[in-house]
Design a protein around this ligand. Sequence first.
Ligand code: KIV
Ligand code: ZN
Length: 520
Amino acid sequence: MTAQHEKLIIFDTTLRDGEQAPGCSMSLAEKLRVATSLARLGVDVIEAGFPAASPGDYEAVKQIAQTIEGPIICGLARSNEDDIRRAWDALQHAQRARIHVFLATSAIHREYKLNMAKEEILKRVREGVSLARSLCDDVEFSPEDASRTEHEFLAEVVKVAAEAGATTINVPDTVGYTTPSEFYELFAHLRTTILAHHDVVLSVHCHDDLGMAVANSLAAVRGGARQIECTINGIGERAGNCALEEIVMAVKTRPDIYPVFTDINSTRLYPASRLVSKATSMHVPRNKAIVGENAFAHEAGIHQHGMLQNALTYEIMKPQDVGISRSNLVLGKHSGRHAFRQRIEDLGFRISADDIETAFRDFKILADKKKDIYDADIEAIVLRRNVTNSGSWSLKQLSTRSESRELSHAEVTLEHIGGQQCSAKGTGDGPVAAAFSAVERALGVDVVLHSFDIRNVSIGEDAQGDVAVSVEYNHELFHGTGLHTDIIEASVRAFLHAINRLPDTAIVTPLTDQQTHTVA
Ligand code: KIV
Ligand code: ZN
């Protein structure tokens, strides 16, 4: 890195654009954990939500603003008075706050979504940004669908926003349509001509519909962008957003190409990735760059030979640089609390003294079922404690019976947090389907299984199964994860975790003074 390298602002929108993706919703507690992890990672801005979108979003932005120190906390608002005031209401107690105002500018959005002429758009931008500036010193403006907006009109909008007081102007490729060379030229034009005399940060926000979000964002940096909007694991609408971990490592690995640096502590990337994966119940693809399980695995003999001579033959980054500290140390049932705690810390997780006790208990239970406990098992215990140990209903008892070419049978007993229990039987064309049907009957709920994803956590025949499911209820998706050495039980736990997120009215099991309720 040389003196010419400039700071690249990392604006994380995992909790807004990421969480907005179908099936990625997080509870308030999960959002607070993710925000804490983002602050530890060193992001500059956390976009915590869209306060006018729902009371839940408002509350999340407010609590994150009140509790998270370090990064700027940002809230999204459409360019109208109600949204902007609502955003400010949620943000006002933040150590440092930002209002992010947006309005679509492309011809297709003007005609079909907004029904507004160009003049009306310019007026709304001016009014929205001015109002936001009257409330907060830090205001970002985004012309939504900028990449499909006529360049001349986009330049006009950008100029109006800058004159009205925007401190950051973000140019989104809302539908993932642009290409690296196109974005490079657009950003260079905006930076050197339209914004040449304005003290504003130029920002880029890309979606991954054509698989080019990271490449397009980096091209924008070469064109003059000094803020990138991105999400952990690249989660987001449709194909997702630009992946934070890929941007950070690209800039760090190629300072000869990108004249910027970030303040991200890259060794925190892997724990943050796993936390978001658990909180959203979205497994990270094994071959995902930087944080995928295979990102640093070398299988081919010729590669392994080269690696043994010198790791640089096939590795441009070290796994430790991104927080993957795999060790050959295997824990087992004789390992003590100290060794367990040390492994957790080496893996980059922080855990409270109370949680260590319960996690250690879970570790001992697992060690009774499984001879060798690997890093991935420890990671799963910690993340499960962090993310999924909530909900009104838990699994007390499960039995299943299956024979090939026969319908499977299952019986479950569930326990409510208040102590009441309910049991039911179910059938299905496999033990998982039978157990899910039994859970639905016990709770009187009716959901549609939308997705079911299972993978092994570590290696060996006694490896734990990590199941992620999403269910549809009332046109909304709810997700859950479950972990167990018995994959049917892991599946039921995941299903129950998702059901625990449904609105209270979805569950119709009578919980009177009766302690046990059985569905015949
Ligand atoms: O993709 C997009 O255009 C957005 C804006 C609200 C910034 O998410
Ligand atoms: Zn977006």
